[in-house]
Write a protein that binds this ligand. Structure first.
Ligand SMILES: NC(=O)c1ccc[n+]([C@@H]2O[C@H](COP(=O)([O-])OP(=O)(O)OC[C@H]3O[C@@H](n4cnc5c(N)ncnc54)[C@H](O)[C@@H]3O)[C@@H](O)[C@H]2O)c1
Ligand SMILES: O=C(O)[C@H](O)CO
Length: 317
């Protein structure tokens, strides 16, 4: 029986590519696939499935043009807002993702951003790198401590809870808002607005959906306490960039730590111009162990689908 052929849109870790080659006939990319849907369509003419990444935009227009024989899209990510799930379902295409295996790595990056933003670590690093440090002094780069501060989590799912556990170890008081309360020892807020009013550090962990798009608006930022810190490892689209930049510029907010941006990699230039922003290039899941685990999970999803089973991580709208 011939092997199924899979189009892989990005360079994947070596171990993952090795298992892909052992299991499937693969159209592997030597480098990263350019963000060009025409090319993706051309390359998919002879494939049975696609293994894509969160930066490939797989909208309804593209799905409509995919060859009939493509029955599965396996994304190398837990987030799936880049795929039009309804359009895929209408075409009989199954979509799968990689939940859970990246929870700890992403929660670690959220903590790194919380610590970096509250302790001004990135400003200190720049000072040394630019050879401007003139020695220890009692008032230099004073940050703000975490002990006794309120961490507000929007989206108390896998990553939100993992961040909450870490923050507790730092002596923070955990508050959250979720679509519904979860089994977790923390203060639940019925509304996002109440959460914002009670967050010294706000950390975003919800998916990007029509409901959460632009969630952190000017009006909502005004609900945060003076000098609050905003952390985002969810998706850039959850924040209204202009509003956040203005609040950081005026020092209404102390700092922001951001791993994700609207329009990546072309983030709003205003973020780069500020001293009180700690910016990372979407590193949430970027450990060797995690990226291997994500790849293996994406392959498991493909394998079980082609065996005629229901894949373990099917995305439902
Ligand atoms: N920075 C990174 O590299 C990185 C890595 C992994 C995940 N992520 C992002 O993190 C997100 C969360 O991942 P997860 O595994 O924790 O997902 P999850 O599904 O376990 O948790 C998401 C939580 O958000 C809640 N939620 C959804 N809509 C909401 C709303 N309108 N208001 C309040 N709560 C809402 C859900 O009920 C759920 O509890 C992903 O969707 C992805 O966008 C980013
Ligand atoms: O959604 C995801 O999985 C991240 O953005 C990349 O790990």
């Amino acid at each position: 029986m011939p092997k199924q052929r899979i189009l892989v849109t990005r360079k994947l870790p070596d171990e993952v590519e090795k298992r892909l080659i052992d299991t499937f006939a693969t159209n592997l990319q030597g480098g990263d696939f350019p963000d060009n849907s025409e090319r993706l369509i051309q390359q998919s003419h002879d494939v049975d499935g696609i293994l894509c990444s969160p930066c490939d935009q797989i909208g309804a227009d593209l799905i409509e043009k995919l060859p009939e024989r493509i029955r599965i899209i396996s994304t190398f990510s837990v987030g799936y807002e880049h795929i039009d799930i309804k359009a895929a379902m209408a075409r009989g295409i199954t979509v799968t993702n990689t939940p859970g295996v990246l929870t700890d790595a992403t929660a670690d990056i959220a903590l790194l951003l919380i610590l970096g933003a509250t302790r001004r670590a990135f400003e200190g690093e720049r000072l040394i790198r630019e050879n401007k440090w003139q020695g220890w002094n009692p008032t230099q780069l004073m940050g703000t401590g975490l002990q006794g501060k309120r961490l507000g989590i929007l989206g108390m799912g896998r990553i939100g809870q993992a961040v909450a556990n870490r923050a507790k170890a730092f002596g923070m008081e955990v508050h959250y808002h979720n679509r519904r309360p979860v089994e977790f020892d923390a203060t639940y807020h019925e509304t996002a607005e109440s959460l914002l009013s009670n967050s010294d550090v706000l950390s975003l962990h919800c998916p990007l959906t029509p409901e959460t798009k632009g969630f952190l608006s000017k009006e909502r930022i005004e609900l945060l306490p003076q000098g609050a810190v905003v952390i985002n490892t969810a998706r850039g689209g959850v924040i209204e960039d202009e509003a956040l930049i203005e609040a950081l510029k005026s020092k209404r907010l102390f700092a922001a730590g951001l791993d994700v941006f609207e329009g990546e990699p072309n983030l709003h230039a205003g973020y780069r111009a500020l001293d009180n922003t700690f910016l990372l290039p979407h590193l949430g899941s970027a450990t060797i162990e995690t990226r291997n685990a994500m790849g293996f999970m994406a392959i498991d999803n493909l394998e079980s689908f082609f065996k005629g089973e229901s894949p373990p991580n099917v995305v439902k709208p």
